[in-house]
Ligand binder design. Structure first.
Ligand code: S3P
Length: 167
């Protein structure tokens, strides 16, 4: 179960992990979008963040418990205690991190993150990172700094650490 701020590479790393392990790739953002029949920006604009957060919890509750999953989550999944408990039920919770400069460079490549569409996206990102850092740390079984790594390298670290944890 991959958690972490926007731009830490959760979905890309999860896809690689799924391809390499044969586990099923699931992305909570995709499930929320499918469930509400709208894109993430449309959900925030038309239904609001609270509705999006409620659906994140519903999606986690509905995930199959009888299959091996590699789950990529939305960056705000840790904002609800209930979600963190559900993630731990599903498996090992791995937090991907990166330094702020790297995160900003990565998130600037796409404009589909409603929470960063502000007058000062750099400042917004910095204050969100500060506010959320303790939540990510508390929720994580393992933390991996991805700043200097490719997605494939992050997947290598995850697999190595996961096999150590289960050894
Ligand atoms: C969010 C992160 C996004 C998406 C939504 C809200 C957040 O997912 O769930 O825009 O609150 O950090 P990514 O982390 O995959 O960008």
């Amino acid at each position: 179960m991959l958690i972490g701020f926007m731009g830490t590479g959760k979905s890309s790393v999860a896809r690689r992990l799924a391809a390499r392990t044969g586990a099923e790739f699931i992305d909570t953002d995709q499930l929320v979008a499918a469930s509400l029949g709208r894109s993430i920006p449309e959900i925030f604009a038309e239904l609001g963040e609270e509705r999006f957060r409620e659906e994140e919890t519903v999606v986690l509750e509905r995930l199959p418990r009888d299959r091996t999953l590699v789950l990529a989550t939305g960056g705000g999944i840790i904002l609800r205690e209930r979600n963190v408990a559900l993630l731990h039920e599903l498996g090992t919770v791995i937090c991907l991190t990166a330094d702020e400069e790297t995160l900003f460079a990565r998130v600037s490549r796409r404009a589909d993150r409603p929470l960063l569409q502000t007058a000062d996206p750099r400042g917004t990102l910095a204050s969100m990172v500060r506010a959320r850092e303790p939540l990510y740390c508390r929720a994580a079984d393992m933390v991996i700094d991805t700043s200097a790594l490719t997605h494939g390298e992050v997947a290598d670290v995850v697999l190595r650490e996961a096999s150590r944890l289960s050894a």
